[in-house]
Design a protein around this ligand. Sequence first.
Ligand code: HEC
Length: 135
Amino acid sequence: MKPQIKLLVLAITGTVLAALLATTASAANEAKASAAKVAMQKFHKAPKDVDPTCKKISEGKASKEELEQVLAAYRVMAAEKPVKGDEASWKEKCAALIKATESLVSGKPDGVTQYKAAVNCKGCHSVHKPAPPAK
Ligand code: HEC
């Protein structure tokens, strides 16, 4: 192989490797969604015509199993640093969700009222949900 060709081959291999590495890195970033995002997608959001779990809870219709799953997700979310906003405020909001869900699991009569107050979407999003990336 001529030295020039050898260099060219090396350069191409390098570019391909760099591109591969970049793809792997961004895939790893995407895979690490915040616990809040996971909890939202799993329990606060649902396909059209299906009630999200949080709605069932607010209507007092969630099963004990569902309540326990949500509770576990809120606990993971609470243990994580907020993706945005003040940590003390985040802890307080998550603690309210956890407390209300615990009340529901143990069958306290005011559980639904507590939950509805704690699951205030806008109240939490306005301080802790990052703005969507500009398009
Ligand atoms: C205690 C705080 C809190 C409450 C209450 C809350 N959210 Fe969220 N929500 C978040 C945070 C934080 C994010 C952003 C997560 C991220 O981008 O990593 C989020 C993001 C979302 C998303 C976007 C998920 C995605 O795919 O990026 C949806 C949908 C959502 N919330 C629905 C709801 C609904 C519906 C309610 C009310 C019933 C609600 N949330 C109540 C904190 C909360």
